[in-house]
Structures are given as C-alpha cells and as structure tokens.
Write a protein that binds this ligand. Structure first.
Ligand code: MOS
Length: 725
C-alpha cells in the first residue's frame, strides 16, 4: 500500500492528457456563438440576421425556438434543472442585459463570432431595477414566498426582547457585493447526436441535471441522453445546473447533422450563468459585561431575479456559531432585473460570517476581551437551534491550535498598536466559520479483477477538489492495492447516476457509496471487513476473472425514493435530517494584514487556518483546497465586485482584466491545519465536508485585522483603500 503525495490525476492534468468538455473534437465539428441583448429589460421587436447570414461559412442563425420544441428546464431550486427557469430564444421577452437573442452556427469559430457581431435587433426597452434599493425592486419575505421548512426563519426564544435587555449591545449593517465565480474552464463543450442518442461533453458539477433537464426540455427518454464530464475546470457553483445553450445546441446539431462546439466567452459567463447576489446583513448581538452572548438577530436581504426565487440560507450557520440562547434569523428576497443568481462557493455562509463575525469582534472590543478567548467562552456542545448534539464539533480545537500556530499570544489588543519597521500598520484578526455537513444519495459500481485491479464508477464530479484522489485512496487502503491499480470514473452518466456535486457533500457522498460497495465486494469474496485481503487471489478463488458489485447509499433520514429523484437528475436541497443530531464542519482563520503607510494598500502576508472536516480523506488535495479557499477569501474581501451601471443593467467589468481576483503577488504564507478527527456518526468513512467551510470567515478575519490595524470597522466588501484612509 502506498499513500500518494500528489493527486492521482496530476500527471494527466499537467501533460494535457485530461480531457475537458471542449477538448472533444470531430472532423465535421461546427461552432456556435450567441448574440446577446444590449438592453436591460423589455421586448425584442425585430432581429435582423441578413448580414450575419451573409458571412461565408455560416450554417444557421436561430432567433426563435418554438417552446413546444424546447421547453423550460425549470429552476434548480424549484424542482427543475436549470440555473434559471428562463430559456432564452423561446419568446420575445428580455429579462436582463446580455440575454441571448440569436444563436449563430458556422463552420469555424471565426465565422460564427463575426456573424454574431453582425446580428442587429430592435427593442422596446423598459425601466430596470438592478440593486436592492432601486425603485421597482420587489422585496418578499422568504418564509412566505417559498414555503419550504428548510428555508423558514430560524427563531429560538425571543431574541428581540433578550437583545433589548442585554447590558452590551452591538448593532451593525453590512453590504456584500455581487460577485462572479470565474472558473478557469469556460462554460461549454460539445453536443453531438449518435443516431437518436444525444451525447453532451461539458464540464459540469451536475451531469445528472444536464441529462434530466435535456430530457425535460426536448421531451426525450433519459436513456437516450449521455453526459460525459470526467474533468471540470472549476465549478464553484457556476456549473451546478443546465445552462441555456445546451438545449438550442442539441436542436441545431440535430437539424444540421453535425456535432457543435460551444465555448462561452468570458464576458458572457457573467450573464448566462449564476453569480453571488448582492446582500445586506443587519446583525444585532446582545451580551453581558463578561462577553457572554445572550441574544442575536440576523436579518438578510438578498437579491434574486424577476423570474426565479433564489433562496438565502444565511442564518442556518450564524445560529450555530455560538451557544446563544435567543436567536432570530430572517431572510428576504429582492427581485431585480438580472439573470437568476445562484450558488457561489460558501454562497450564503461567506457573507453571513463576514457580517456576524465582524459583530462578534466588535463585541470583544466592547467588553475588553481577547477575540479568541471571547469565542472560546461562547462555544457550545449543544446545537442551540434544535437542542441536539453535534455529530462532532472541534471549533475550540481549531481556535486553540490556530492561535498557537499563528503566535496569537504575541498580539497587543489595542487597535493601531502594532507597526512594522517600514511604518506599515499591522493588524491581526481572527474569525470562525461553520458549514452544514451534508450527504447526497449515490450509487457506486465496483469491478475487481483477478489481476488485483479495481475500477469504480460512482456519483461525483472532479472539479479540481481531488475527489478522484480521495476515492482512490479509500480503495487502495481498504483492499491493500497500489494506487495505480485503481481506476475511478466520475461525472459520467454512463457509469452511474450523477447527482449534483456541491454543498461540500461530494467527497463524503462518493466515499460512503464506495465504502458500501467495498463491503459488498468483501462479502462476495468471503473476506471479513476487518481482514486483510489478497485481492487478485480472492477474485480468482471465485472462479471468475472479475467480480462486479454495486451499492446505493443515502443519508440518514432521507426517504428511499430520493434515489429515483436522483436518477432523474433532480436535487433535493432539503438535505438530510439526521436522527437525533446535527452535523457541521468548522474552521478558524487567523490573518495578518499590513497597510502601507502612504498608499494604504492592504496586504495579507500571513494566514493560518485550521479546519475540522472530520477525517481528512486526501491530505494533499485537502490542504490545497483549504489554501485555495483562503486565496478566494482574500479576493472576496479585497478585490472582487461585479459592477453594475444602473442605467444599462448587466455587468460592466465582465472580463478577467476588470474583475480583479488575487494573483501570486497578492498571496503570502498560508499555513493550514486539520483536526483530522473522524466523525463516525455522520457516515462510516468519518468524513464531513471542507470545500466551502474553508472560505467561511476568511473575510471577517481580514476585516477584523484591518480594524486592529486602523481602528476602523469595515461594513462592506470589498474593502478599498478609501475605507482605510
Ligand atoms: Mo457549491 S457553491 O455548493 O458548488
């Protein structure tokens, strides 16, 4: 047995052997490009395609598709498959700037691009509302607008009364910007027909939704659709659902009898896919003079589109951070003229923790307590919302170990009290994070051969987080075989149903299913679970050259029919309801900022983050995932904002030049640690989740460090030079 010090697919990835969706090619490949709306809302009254059609090599310009031919995919959060319910090109309505008005297909990408630029349209524009406070924006109370129990307000005790009675009261409002996921791999791929079977090669976190959604849109049998996505070049929530180009591409490919490649230009990914919506968080925190938290009220307004209600689950985590007896969380949704926003890494938890953990830091200063001690003193063993135990909770250990690694004891409490030799102000900040530990239904098919090799096909998507490595390690350790003797197929509807990989449930979900399949395999081979196995010999002893087993797993408390739901490509966001306990991952972040004396540029030379994600299934990729989340937290705090010109709608800085994300020069030392305690209550592999909790609290730790450096509280992100003058 060997433990790899690297990703199992590292060589494939760095040599270019890994095949992404758009790498698929074919001699008769055609290329597609969208022409998009230049108004923010209204109707298209005429589309002039004459100039586009005259471009040599253009095969077709599609401006309108009969809804009977291509229906709505339904909205992912509304029992459907699409990032939004709206299917462009099926009527004359323009709901947001950048919405497709024509699909051009040509022999070459150059011809398709040139032609798309020549498409002209006449519109009847209407007034738009793009921001929370804009005239015409419509505010709804989430609990009333979406009557689902898991989206209801969280109310424990009487927080408003307890807040008013609290001797120490902190009250603040925080504004969070729109942001975009910008994964390196652009959205897109190749759509082709093999006879009457539709084959889609596309980077995705949810091959099942592409399949299920296309079946619904095109009125096809699921069995006639294959989605193949062995690698996804970053998902981050953007690729969690069916995008609006795939259905029109399928129709065009069938009509033309050619496979079609479509790679969405970066600027269009800012408009044809989801984004992190703008949100405002009002936090009230009551405590006694010792810093014991007594009451909290967390109210959230979050942007959605006109056509879909993208819910907020912000207070699910802020109600779990500390043992607060009285808590009230309330979420409202604000309809604006945008494409439907959606999940973007730690979708609600990053903004929620920025607001709440900033308020907690303010409380520490109000009562003259060290921010780490205050957090430790308010830790809890019991879930304050349900009164149930946590499956595991090592937040205190994360805080203690992180403080130790960081050298927190060397900090002086007073703001503006630490300075570097070059005159830079130094600030040290801390914040905690929490994220639900979830599990999804999954099927794993394992084949073992008399040569001692194993192939597994399982529900899951490899989007860089290292799921293939984690699965390989589990099998290699369980069966005492070399890592190189394990082959893993994920993201492929031909090998197993593919449920959405998101919400940090991917690794735990796939490992639980593979673990169950390995138990089946051992039963088949007459090898007890705890016994060592000579795999090749055991398979040979059955008289066969190979043995194939299958296992299906669901989460505790999930209804068995959820598997059928999953086979259809649908997602149940209701999440598992665990019998008698709740489950969350935890983290603590420690940050040093330095603010240059003349430019006031904010640098982050040093971060220490310690996570409790249960057992660490793949140390190398887990550490990488945690570092990546810290980098993203730095971007989310100091760089990223999708800018809107309220006169026109859409997003103005929709390129990587103008949507600044951190580069190497922005990043200093990031030291990561793991508690690495298995959580056997949650699943037999002891794994919780890491991808999203890793980012939760980074922004607050940075803002708290900026306060420590400057004495100025930060109420909005990103923090800019003018905020620290
Ligand atoms: Mo994640 S934002 O749940 O893909």
């Amino acid at each position: 047995m060997s433990t790899p010090t690297r990703r199992v697919d590292a060589r494939e990835k760095v040599t270019g052997a890994a095949r992404y969706g758009a790498d698929r090619t074919s001699p008769d490949l055609a290329h597609a490009v969208f022409a998009v709306s230049t108004i923010g809302k209204g109707r298209v009254v005429n589309v002039d395609t004459a100039a586009a059609e005259a471009v040599p090599g253009v095969l077709t310009v599609v401006t309108r598709i009969d809804p009977a031919e291509l229906g709505s995919p339904g909205f992912l959060m509304g029992g459907g498959y699409g990032f939004q319910s709206l299917q462009p090109l099926t009527d004359d309505r323009i709901a947001y700037r950048g919405q497709p008005i024509a699909l051009v297909v040509a022999d070459t990408l150059v011809a398709a691009t040139e032609a798309a630029n020549l498409v002209r349209a006449d519109y009847e524009p209407e007034p738009i509302a793009t921001d929370l406070d804009d005239e015409g924006a419509e505010t709804l109370v989430q609990e009333e607008a979406i009557p689902l129990p898991f989206l209801a307000d969280i109310v424990v005790g009487d927080a408003d009364a307890a807040f008013v009675k609290s001797p120490v009261r902190i009250e603040a409002s925080f504004d969070l910007p729109r942001q975009h996921q910008v994964p390196m791999e652009l959205i897109g791929g190749v759509v082709e027909w093999r006879g009457d079977t539709l084959v889609v090669h596309e980077g995705t976190q949810n091959a099942g939704a592409l399949r299920g959604g296309l079946a619904r849109q095109l009125g096809m049998d699921l069995a006639k659709i294959e989605v193949i996505a062995p690698y996804t070049g970053g998902g981050f929530g953007q690729k969690n659902s069916l995008q609006p180009h795939v259905g029109p591409l399928a129709l065009a490919a069938r009509r033309l009898g050619r496979p079609i490649k479509f790679v969405m230009p970066r600027t269009q990914t800012f408009h044809q896919a989801s984004f992190r919506p703008a949100s405002r968080h009002r936090v009230r925190l009551g405590a006694d003079e010792t810093g014991r938290m007594l009451a909290a009220v967390h109210e959230v307004d979050q942007q959605t589109s006109r056509h879909d209600l993208f819910p907020s689950m912000s207070t699910e985590i802020t109600s779990r951070l500390y043992g607060i007896g009285d808590f009230r969380g309330r979420q409202r949704l604000v309809r604006t003229d945008v494409q439907t926003p959606g999940f973007m890494r730690a979708p609600f938890e990053h903004p929620a923790a920025f607001a709440f953990e900033s308020a907690v830091d303010e409380l520490a200063y109000a009562v003259g307590q060290d921010p780490v001690s205050l957090r430790l003193a308010n830790d809890t063993d019991v879930d304050p919302v349900t009164g149930q135990p946590f499956s595991s909770r090592h937040l205190a250990e994360c805080l203690r170990r992180g403080a130790d690694m960081f050298g927190w004891a060397g900090r002086t409490h007073e703001p503006r009290s630490m300075r570097a030799a070059d005159g830079s102000r130094i600030g040290w900040g801390v914040a905690a994070g929490v994220y639900p530990a979830s599990l999804a239904p999954a099927v794993a098919r394992v084949t073992a051969t008399s040569e001692g090799k194993v192939t597994v096909g399982v529900d899951g998507h490899e989007m860089g987080q290292g799921i293939r490595t984690a699965i390989t390690l589990l099998i290699s350790e369980d069966l005492s075989i070399e890592v190189g003797d394990v082959t893993v197929y994920v993201g492929d509807t031909r090998v197993a149903p593919q449920h959405l990989t998101a919400g940090s449930w991917g690794t735990a979900t796939a490992l639980q299913a593979v673990h169950a399949a390995l138990r089946e395999l051992r039963k088949h081979l007459n090898v007890a679970d705890s016994d060592p196995v000579d795999l090749g010999a055991a398979v040979a002893a059955t008289g066969q050259t190979s043995v194939e087993v299958e296992a299906t797993t669901i989460a505790p408390g999930q209804p068995p029919e959820i598997i059928e739901h999953s086979r259809a490509g649908l997602v149940s966001f209701a999440g598992p309801v665990y019998p008698g306990f709740v489950a969350f991952s935890f983290i603590a972040h420690f940050v040093e900022v330095r603010i240059e004396p003349t430019t006031r540029r904010i640098r982050v030379p040093r971060v220490v983050s310690v996570a409790d994600c249960g057992r660490v299934a793949s140390p190398v990729t887990a550490a990488s995932q945690l570092r990546g989340a810290v980098v993203w937290g730095i971007g989310a705090s100091l760089r990223e904002e999708s800018e809107v010109d309220p006169r026109f709608g859409g997003f103005a800085n929709a390129t990587l030049e103008e949507y600044p994300i951190p580069v190497n020069a922005d990043i200093g030392e990031i030291e990561v640690g793991f508690v690495d305690e298995p959580d056997p209550m949650l699943n037999p592999v002891g794994v919780k989740g890491l991808g999203e909790v890793a980012m939760v609290g980074v922004a607050a730790a940075i803002a708290n460090a900026v306060f420590h450096a400057t004495g100025r509280r930060q109420r909005r992100l990103p923090i800019r030079i003018e905020d620290v003058l």
